[in-house]
Design a protein. Structure first.
Lengths: 161, 369
């Protein structure tokens, strides 16, 4: 009997399974309000993820005004991809939509498991630090991260520290 | 936390080691008959020993020996770290020619590197203690020594270990048979949880604050739940009743009238509260997603994982895609065997190559070690 749809929540769409595992680690971080962060099935490719957003989630974002949607994909070094994706979102929903780049090579670069990386990213978000988000492969997410901090953090984290 | 769990010659488990050291929660997946539940049955043998069952015939039957291989004993070995101390318990049981009941071939307990006892068949050797020399005791070889061994205090390592075994929570709930009645208090739910009322009473008596944890958890899944009461209905007898919001005009609902899924939600809440109240415990839950609506499965599994992060260990089995997605390659293990004559193999999902998404690979039967 879930009431999540009527409370602020962040629906996350991972592009692939590595991203899903990282998001599982993020959501398992003790301070994350896990019920407000449903993770969807992997989209199997960023284009399919975007199609799902435009064909399904845009309509449901209007049905549920407390729904925020985050696309977690691999930009494949194409940093302009974010602007391309954001530009396709209807203007009235852009405040509730985000797109984050989590390149697969990040997992190898950090030398740890996706779940652990997710937990490290959540720790940064909760404690307003940038130990992991500051990694060179993630720094281009800074403006998007700031937007998420403003729009999503108040309901996504239920305690500090 | 389990450091090592080794099973040999028991049903489909031959030379089998469960690689869950250091993991607070793990998921076992695999086809029907692969051996996932058998891991729980092997753990249940140790749980029963902890709960005082010491007759080998009540723990293991000749049919449990792998493919009738009578030339090798059934071995169960457990290494567990409790409060920073390593406990190593080994038990081997065999069926010599002409026997109808298995007997103990070997049994030993080592705590922090020191032997507490060592046994060969009927001879139990106790180490020197306080200037007293080593002692030898003769024991019926159909009896397990561990539950008989006298602990001198609650802090005695033998008591600490047997209590931990006894408090393992091994779950294969059978909701239709769960009534909510109780005539005693226990911290030992049975595997089908048909003594849920006794467990509820025991948990609340042991740690009254557990009620608030249970209440808060249940209200996440049942937002219209007002409370659950456990009134006395006869001498030495109680029965759980459930009140939902807006139900003032009608009587409370007897617990047994809850749906199967709702009963599992109560088990879920009790499990997490139990780990808080008298843990850390080991919980093995065979298909926790059974009976649940698909919209509940992800939160249900996630909450269990999170509840055991701070202590204890949670092991689940599942065939449910939504439950499987709440774990990752490093804490998911695939059990596999080609046919019923082969032993179960176990591999970390991280060590297997599969393409695309996991659920797709499972659906196509591509996860083979």
């Amino acid at each position: 009997m879930s009431a999540n749809n009527y409370r602020p929540h962040l629906l996350v769409l991972p592009e692939d399974d590595a991203n899903r595992q990282m998001l599982v680690g993020f959501r398992n971080y003790r301070a994350v309000n896990s019920r407000q962060m449903p993770i969807q099935n992997v989209a199997k490719g960023w284009r399919k993820a975007l199609t799902a957003v435009l064909e399904d989630h845009v309509r449901m974002m209007r049905t549920y005004p407390n729904r925020h949607v985050l696309l977690v994909i691999d930009f494949d070094n194409q940093v302009a991809r974010r602007e391309d994706i954001l530009s396709q979102m209807p203007a009235d929903l852009r405040d509730r939509f985000g797109c984050s780049d989590e390149p697969e090579r990040l997992f190898a670069a950090l030398g740890t498991r996706p779940e652990s990386i997710g937990e490290m990213l959540a720790t940064d978000c909760n404690q307003d630090t940038s130990f992991t988000w500051g990694h060179e492969m993630l720094t281009h997410n800074a403006s998007e991260l700031e937007r998420l901090r403003v729009n999503v953090k108040p309901f996504l984290f239920h305690q500090q520290g | 936390m389990i450091h090592r769990f080794y099973v040999h010659n028991y049903r489909s488990l031959e030379n089998f080691e469960l690689p869950i050291s250091g993991l607070s929660s793990t998921l076992l997946i695999g086809k029907n008959g692969a051996g996932k539940s058998t891991v729980g049955f092997a753990l249940e043998i140790l749980q029963k020993i902890g709960r005082g069952i010491n007759r080998v015939g009540e723990l293991l039957l000749p049919r449990d020996i792998s493919h009738g291989k009578l030339d090798a004993p059934v071995r169960i070995e457990l290494e567990v770290d409790l409060e920073g101390v390593r406990y190593e318990y080994k038990l081997a049981m065999d069926l010599p020619a002409g026997f109808r009941e298995l007997r103990v071939a070997e049994e030993s307990l080592v705590v922090g590197g020191e032997s507490k006892f060592d046994r060969r068949v009927a001879d139990v050797t106790l180490p020197p203690l306080g200037g007293a020399p080593a002692a030898r005791i003769g024991l019926d070889w159909h009896l397990i020594w561990l539950p008989i061994m006298q602990a001198t205090s609650d802090s005695d390592p033998v008591h600490v270990f047997t209590q931990w075994l006894a408090r393992m929570i091994i779950l294969r709930p059978y909701p239709l048979r769960i009534k909510g009645d109780s005539t005693e208090e226990t911290l030992h739910p049975n595997t089908e949880v048909t003594n849920l009322g006794d467990w509820w009473s025991g948990l609340i008596a042991h740690a009254p604050a557990a009620y608030s944890r249970i209440d808060a958890s249940l209200k996440l899944l049942m937002p219209d739940l007002k409370d659950i009461k456990n009134p006395v209905i006869a001498r030495d007898s109680r029965s759980l009743i459930v009140q939902f919001a807006g139900q003032k005009a009608v009587p409370s609902l007897p617990f047994e009238l809850l749906s199967d899924g709702e009963k599992c939600m109560v088990i879920w809440a009790l499990t997490m509260a139990a780990n808080d109240a008298y843990g850390p415990v080991l919980c093995f839950w065979d298909e926790p997603d059974n009976f649940l609506a698909i919209s509940e499965v992800a939160d249900f599994a996630t909450d269990l994982r999170r509840a055991f992060q701070a202590g204890g260990q949670f092991i689940a089995t599942s065939h449910n895609p939504e439950a499987i997605r709440q774990f990752s390659d490093d804490n998911t293990f695939v059990l596999y065997r080609r046919n019923h004559l082969e032993p179960s193999q176990i591999r970390s999902l991280a060590s297997l190559n599969y393409s695309g998404d996991l659920i797709g690979a499972l659906t196509r039967g591509e996860l083979e070690p």
